[in-house]
Write a protein that binds this ligand. Structure first.
Ligand SMILES: *Cc1c(COP(=O)(O)O)cnc(C)c1O
Length: 497
């Protein structure tokens, strides 16, 4: 079965192969690539329960990425998921009193974006060969902290690629900033902006849509692409860990094949939870998808009312990767709920751009019942870190804590006894100050790596290698620009003429 892709805003007849969609990132009409139809996969759970992470990923990738050969996918997977992760399980499950945590933070940047971004560069280079691209591929990314670093870690020194990352100067943690400004690789550039993540993301989108700039890039033998979670090459690899987690639960005897499982996902740009939704659509027995937000609860309101409204205050929280007012990947859900209606999707997205708000119709709203949405404020998040530590002897990061708290809200509100897997998106060592304060009630004595050391002795677990390595790393990037000067910065970095 060949799976082709189309734009959420374009005609169904205008199709793209998987490799074209990965290379292009975003369609020229501003729409996101989605499969024209979903693949039919035979999810043989008895077999999958015995499969390694790499084998599960292979099954999923070959179903979605039709124009890649098995050998190509195998090569990409071998490079992506190996000793760069600190556990052979890649995505281990941990039991808790309330259910399970799915740990997605064992890659080089100790957060879940590694799951897709260790793979994407290899998919992209393979896709370029397939499409006989000779231009340099330049990855542009806006990051609220984790994506940018994870993308750079994936692309650093990959031949034929360059990567430029923009992050909000005052919107990332000390460790995240340290990780970014010390990034190695001659093909990497990091730029701080004096604005927030949404401004960075909006401007990156506008730069992608700027026809004149595109011509200039072409003259310079350069082609833009995206590593943000809008790239279908990010989304598809994320489906794999939902299937893997489910299969592991069968293996452990926690469930029988066919039993339902709920997933609670700390959500920002809606990429991670959309992958779970796709997993459900291809037949994974998922009950509820629990969409967890922090104080920036635009999605909670959307799922409860059918009205998306970004006209609201923006909060900088202790879970910065979820500080988002425009969740880009929601467009793919909107498109699906509309019955794959590109015209309607286009209208909603135009309204969003021009007025900041849109309202879906009742038929679409009824289909939101696959989801439960809730939010956790700062105090609830902090209390949850503390509770899990006391009751489970386990330390979670603030993003995971938001999901954990909302999972409990869901259980209390519904009395649903279906097992819940809380998706753990970052190591607590990525946010040591917040975690230490939640655990001890006291401010950490210092910031950054020293705070990590304090945390390490408090919870009596060694520092991950990813943190150890930061200790002696040299600062290599110190460019700061205003949000409206991002395009000029790109011109300088690429030395465009
Ligand atoms: C990116 C990120 C999220 C949000 O994931 P989305 O796919 O954007 O919804 C949550 N937690 C962490 C730690 C992240 O890095």
């Amino acid at each position: 079965m060949t799976i082709l892709y189309r734009s959420t805003r374009g005609p169904e007849e205008q199709t793209f192969t998987a490799s074209q969609a990965i290379l292009q990132g975003l369609n020229t009409d501003g729409g996101l690539f989605v499969p024209v139809q979903l693949p039919q996969i035979d999810l043989d759970f008895e077999k999958l329960a015995q499969a390694s992470y790499q084998e599960v990923a292979f099954q999923i990738l070959r179903a979605f990425l039709s124009d890649f050969t098995d050998q190509e996918l195998q090569d990409c997977i071998d490079r992506a998921y190996s000793t760069n992760f600190d556990t052979p399980a890649i995505a281990p499950l941990r039991k808790s009193q309330n259910g399970y945590f799915l740990e997605l933070f064992h890659g080089p940047t100790i957060a879940f974006k590694d799951m897709a971004l260790q793979l994407l560069p290899h998919l992209m280079v393979t896709a370029a060969h397939k499409n006989k691209i000779t231009k340099d591929i330049v990855i542009l990314a806006a990051t609220s902290g984790d994506t940018g670093k994870a993308a750079m870690a994936g692309f650093a020194d990959v031949p034929g690629t360059k990567i430029i990352v923009f992050y909000p100067r005052d919107g990332v943690s000390t460790i995240q900033k340290a990780q970014m400004v010390t990034q190695k690789g001659e093909n990497t550039a990091v730029v701080a902006i004096t604005g927030n993540f949404d401004q960075a993301q909006t401007n990156v989108k506008n730069i992608f849509n700027d026809a004149l700039f595109k011509e200039q890039l072409t003259r310079n033998n350069v082609q833009l692409s995206s590593a943000n979670s809008i790239n279908i090459g990010r989304l598809v690899p994320q489906i794999a860990y939902y299937v893997y987690a489910y299969a592991q639960l069968i293996k452990n005897g926690a469930i029988a094949a066919g039993d339902k499982v709920n997933f609670a996902v700390p959500t920002g740009n809606f990429g991670n939870i959309l992958a779970a939704y796709y997993a459900k659509l291809i037949g994974l027995p998922i009950g509820k998808l629990i969409c967890a937000s922090n104080k920036n609860n635009v999605l909670t309101d959307f799922f409860q009312t059918g009205i998306y409204d970004k006209n609201r205050p923006f909060y900088v929280t202790t879970s910065p990767s979820m500080d988002i007012l425009v969740s880009s990947n929601l467009e793919r859900l909107i498109f699906w709920l509309s019955g794959k209606n590109a015209q309607q999707t286009r209208i909603f997205m135009k309204l969003l751009k021009e007025t900041g708000t849109y309202q879906i119709n009742d038929a679409m709203k009824r289909q939101l019942s696959d989801f439960y949405a809730g939010c956790a404020d700062e105090l609830t998040t902090s209390n949850e870190i503390n509770r899990v530590f006391r009751e489970d002897q386990y330390t979670i990061d603030p993003h995971t804590a938001v999901a954990s708290a909302v999972a409990r809200q869901y259980q209390e509100a519904t009395n649903d006894k279906t097992p819940i897997v809380v998706v753990s998106t970052a190591s607590p060592y990525k946010f040591p100050n917040v975690v230490l304060k939640a655990l001890s009630g006291k401010e950490a004595p210092a910031d950054g790596i020293q705070a990590d050391e304090t945390l390490s002795s408090f919870i009596n677990l060694p520092l991950p290698a990813a943190v150890e390595n930061l200790r002696h790393a040299k600062v290599r990037h110190n460019r700061v620009v205003a949000p409206e000067h991002m395009q000029e910065a790109i011109g300088e970095i690429l030395e465009l003429h």
